[in-house]
Write a protein that binds this ligand. Structure first.
Ligand SMILES: [Mg+2]
Length: 220
């Protein structure tokens, strides 16, 4: 059993139910600022997403400031940066999986996206206490090799929900990567239907990881 593994674990829709958070935010925003301001907020959200290719709530709030009443903007800022019960979006089984992986080496959360929103999820949920490190890097796979060089290991476990991450990881790490895809969120149905040639295994839930990982270890 090798215990010098490096595990690079994705955040959104791998260990954290960001899809559900966004659905809940939609309801909460409408309740707090009403339909018109809510629509303006979400049209800014889509505009920023189209312009930058990523969700960026800081920019969304900046853009929205000119379009909604001041008091609604204050409510939006408060809600976005202090959304209720951030710990409730940690996916069942995620903590046990992180603890299992930590028993085998170093574990880091590595996520794309915007720093403030990602940190509000990682810190607010307490996930920060379950990992050795977290990194927020837009275009994160570009940083995989440097992160692996800083954390030498015999194996790199990649845990993600996005097929393109599996492809990048396989290209970068070759056979050293143990790629485990979680069929969850918007890529989930496609993963289950079409598979993923770069993945070693596709699991239906993060809680299946320890058993799936042990099977992979036994095969090699
Ligand atoms: Mg993800």
């Amino acid at each position: 059993m090798d215990e010098d593994e490096l595990s690079i674990v994705d955040l959104d829709n791998t260990i954290y139910d960001t899809d559900r958070l966004i659905r809940d935010l939609k309801v909460e925003i409408e309740m707090r600022v009403g339909h018109i301001s809510s629509q303006k907020f979400w049209s800014c959200y889509e505009q920023v997403r189209l312009e930058t290719g990523a969700v960026d709530l800081t920019r969304t709030l900046e853009l929205c400031a000119a379009l909604v009443r001041c008091q609604d903007h204050v409510r939006l800022v408060d809600l976005i940066w202090n959304f209720p019960n951030p710990e409730s979006y940690v996916i069942d089984g995620a903590i046990a999986t992180l603890r299992y992986l930590r028993g085998r080496g170093k574990v880091m959360i590595m996520t794309d996206g915007e720093r403030l929103f990602q940190e509000s999820k990682i810190l607010g949920s307490g996930l920060v206490h379950e990992v050795d490190q977290y990194l927020v890097y837009p275009g994160k796979t570009k940083h995989f090799l440097s992160v692996a060089a800083e954390n030498p290991s015999s194996v790199v476990n990649i845990l993600d929900d996005k097929p393109s991450v599996a492809a990048d990881a396989r290209q970068l790490f070759g056979a050293k990567a143990r790629i485990i895809m979680v069929a969850y969120g918007k890529y989930g149905a496609g993963l289950l239907q079409d598979g993923c040639e770069d993945a070693d295994v596709i699991i239906g839930s993060i809680s299946d990881l320890p058993a799936a990982h042990q099977r992979l270890v036994a095969q090699h």
